[in-house]
Design a protein around this ligand. Structure first.
Ligand code: GTP
Ligand code: MN
Ligand code: MN
Ligand code: MN
Ligand code: MN
Ligand code: MN
Length: 197
């Protein structure tokens, strides 16, 4: 789907590679009945973050498989970055890829569905409780999944800059979890192409 996705490898192969660093990131999402302007159903809440470097990415970070499991390392990163040690299990695991950048990095991706109140608690804790708030993490952001007539929403969101292969992770998850209909997703990606720079 994406130029910057990076080759997929199995979890087993990933963990057996010598000389690689491992990063685990997660897409947290919830269903919602909320309506934008009291009119446009937003359907799902999907969380990303504005990073210290000005790029968008998912919460998570570097994990040391020699010292912790991928999932417990990810929970530790979530405690630091969103202020809640959200429990993560292998059930939430999606895939592992050789990152296009930086070299010698393997990115492991997870998704987890929560209730809307649970997700709102995380948004609050990310400000009130996370030690990285205002430092490594400048704020959590919700991804607009709708497309307005002028291209507002998902197309403009996708036109921003993303860390490593996180944009491909987002698009893959929106497709796989059916959070955006395929046609609308393809169209948003196409529109975003014309908005970049
Ligand atoms: P420190 O606490 O400073 O060590 O950072 P961290 O452990 O939180 O690491 P970070 O989240 O920056 O992730 C480590 C590496 O993974 C980064 O250098 C990025 O190249 C890459 N990365 C960061 N965020 C994402 C993401 O959302 N998706 C993917 N695929 N890679 C990411
Ligand atoms: Mn208003
Ligand atoms: Mn971190
Ligand atoms: Mn991080
Ligand atoms: Mn870290
Ligand atoms: Mn840190």
């Amino acid at each position: 789907m994406e130029e910057m996705e990076g080759q997929e490898i199995s979890r087993e192969e990933a963990l057996s590679r010598v000389g690689y660093k491992h990063a685990c990131h997660i897409l947290l999402h919830a269903d919602t009945r909320a309506k934008l302007f009291g009119k446009i159903p937003i359907k799902h809440v999907v969380l990303m973050q504005m990073r210290f470097d000005g790029l968008l990415g998912f919460p998570g970070g570097l994990v040391k498989p020699s010292e912790e499991s991928l999932e417990s390392g990810l929970s530790r990163e979530l405690q630091e970055e969103v202020g809640v040690a959200v429990p993560v299990t292998v059930e939430d695991y999606v895939s592992s890829r050789l990152a296009p950048s930086p070299p010698q990095l393997i990115t492991h991706f997870y998704t987890k569905k929560m209730s809307e109140p649970e997700l709102v608690e995380i948004e609050k804790a990310a400000v009130a409780n996370a030690v990285d708030h205002g430092l490594e993490v400048l704020g959590m952001v919700r991804v607009p999944l709708y497309t307005l007539r002028n291209g507002g929403g998902l197309p403009w969101f996708l036109s921003h800059s993303f860390i490593s292969n996180s944009r491909a992770q987002l698009l893959g998850a929106l497709q796989r979890l059916r959070l955006v209909p395929q046609g609308a997703l393809d169209e948003a990606v196409k529109q975003a192409e014309h908005m970049r720079h």
